[in-house]
Design a protein around this ligand. Structure first.
Ligand code: NDP
Ligand code: 2IT
Length: 447
């Protein structure tokens, strides 16, 4: 059988089958343009229609979540779990609570997760879920009732060898704990069915820090590989949630001056750099008081740019850690014009494809999300191992394993991303993540 699958034909088919799902189209296109030329050199993948099959989720579960607010009103939201691909392990990926959430976003996230989880080298399949529930402004009791109601349906679809959810935007340790409590009650089991749990009840050391720390480890590897290093650099970080906080923490510890942090209302520009004390303020502000980043500007007397993103500030390194498509072409142009040398995606798909292409042309090192932010799910995988063994590893042991995993991912990118003596990390991550899943699917036959 000859094999000639062209990007346009492939994408036209995907868009026809998934109308209006722009984020999903974008994520698949970014992978397909690297993977399709590679597939032409390995006919077995083409003959087995691996990419067509890999872009169709195994199944999607959609359900109603009814809950009662503090005023006694019954409210209804929609819950989702996209079980994307379990070829190399049980479905694994976070839950997002965000008012704008929809199936297109969840399919892009589940698709990306499949490649990311493969890159970690751990036996993890890909999945993603969540709800269009808006946690902002809700009381603690409302969050609890929502989480319990959400899990009252989800629990029958998940399990320690089936599907293991975790956190994402709007879902942190508080929400994971409420959901785990309900899961435990309904299933009458104590197993590792969610990750990101509290340390007292099966959580892993470093899981909270892992995505941000891993992202900085990846940037360090990229700079070292090119004869450079982190020390004395300046950095722009977006977001002020879980990923941003621990990216900032590891950057401070690595001798980097972090100039910015943000939320969906605007960003702060701290010319002196965010230090440990100021970071503690951000953690308390966001995790305990659920406040806005504008309060940092008032507290420390620094600039606050309402309705703007940090990319207009000059800085050596950029770490977008908030959400998808937060670096559009105009933002990427500003980064290039200001001399930015490297970008690592802490968030999932924060750089729009036009920006990725510009970084390519401008020879800016670009670590895509599936490589740069894989530390979070990697330590989730380690949490699963500890739960299965009924043992806990120390902080030092986990950090050591996380470092090894990020090095392994970097080396995979180098192995599959070499282009005219330059590493294309995007291409390397796409092909490196694809191969293991593709080989498993070929081995399983036509299923
Ligand atoms: P959090 O909910 O802890 O924080 C999200 C941050 O992003 C907040 O500062 C939030 O601001 C901001 N944000 C959210 N939506 C927007 C928007 N539309 N425009 C601008 N800013 C926005 O989430 P996480 O830190 O966990 O997740 C951040 C990113 O990292 C996501 O892309 C997620 O998928 C990814 N990720 C997370 C992992 C994890 O382990 N948690 C692992 C790997 C990737 P505001 O408060 O105003 O909404
Ligand atoms: O996007 C991601 O990798 C996450 N939100 C973490 C998933 C996980 O299962 O830890």
């Amino acid at each position: 059988m000859t094999c000639s699958l062209h990007l346009n034909d492939f994408m036209n088919g995907l868009v026809r089958r998934n109308p209006g799902e722009t984020e999903f189209h974008q994520a698949v296109h970014e992978v397909a343009r690297d993977v399709l030329p590679f597939i032409q050199t390995r006919p077995v993948y083409c003959e087995n229609r691996i990419l067509e099959r890999m872009t169709e989720p195994d199944r999607i579960i959609i359900f109603r979540v009814s809950w009662e607010d503090d005023h006694g009103n019954i409210r209804a939201n929609r819950g989702y779990r996209v079980q994307f691909n379990n070829s190399i392990g049980p479905y694994k990926g976070g839950l997002r609570f965000d008012k704008g959430l929809n199936l297109s976003i969840l399919k892009f996230l589940g698709f990306e997760q499949t490649f990311k989880n493969s890159l970690t080298g751990l036996p993890l399949g890909g999945g993603k879920g969540g709800s269009d529930f808006n946690p902002k402004g809700k009381s603690d009791r409302e969050i609890m009732r929502f989480c319990q109601s959400f899990m009252t349906e989800l629990w029958r679809h998940i399990g320690p060898d089936t599907d293991i959810p975790a956190g994402d935007i709007g879902v942190g340790s508080r929400e994971v704990s409420y959901m785990y409590g309900q899961y435990k009650r309904l299933s009458n089991t104590f197993t590792g069915t969610l990750t990101g749990k509290g340390i007292a009840y099966g959580g892993s050391m470093i899981r909270t820090e892992a995505t941000g720390y891993g992202c900085v480890y990846m940037m360090d590897h990229i700079l070292n590989h090119h004869g450079n290093g982190l020390e004395w650099k300046t950095a722009l970080v977006s977001g002020s949630g879980n990923v941003a906080q621990y990216t900032i923490e590891k950057l401070i510890d690595s001798g980097v001056k972090v100039l910015t942090a943000s939320d969906s209302s605007g960003f702060i520009y701290d010319k002196d750099g965010i230090d440990r004390e100021k970071l503690a303020y951000i953690k308390d502000l966001k995790n305990n008081r659920r406040g806005r980043i504008a309060e940092y500007a008032e507290e420390f007397g620094v600039e606050y740019h309402e309705g703007k993103k940090p990319w207009i500030i000059p800085g050596d390194l950029a770490f977008p850690c908030a959400t998808q498509n937060e670096i559009l072409l105009s933002d990427a142009k500003a980064l290039v014009a200001n001399g930015c040398m490297a970008v690592a995606e802490g968030a999932n798909m924060p750089v729009h494809q036009d920006g990725v292409d510009l970084f390519d042309v401008a020879k800016i090192y670009f670590a895509p999300a599936k490589a740069a932010n894989a530390g979070g799910v990697a330590v989730s995988g380690l949490e699963m191992s500890q739960n299965s063994m009924r043992l806990s590893w120390t902080r030092e042991e986990i950090d050591e394993k996380l470092k090894k995993i990020m090095k392994h991912i970097h080396d995979m990118c180098v192995e599959y991303g070499m282009e005219n003596s330059r590493v294309n990390y995007r291409k390397g991550a796409n092909i490196g993540g694809f191969i293991k899943v593709a080989d498993a699917m070929v081995a399983f036959g036509n299923c």
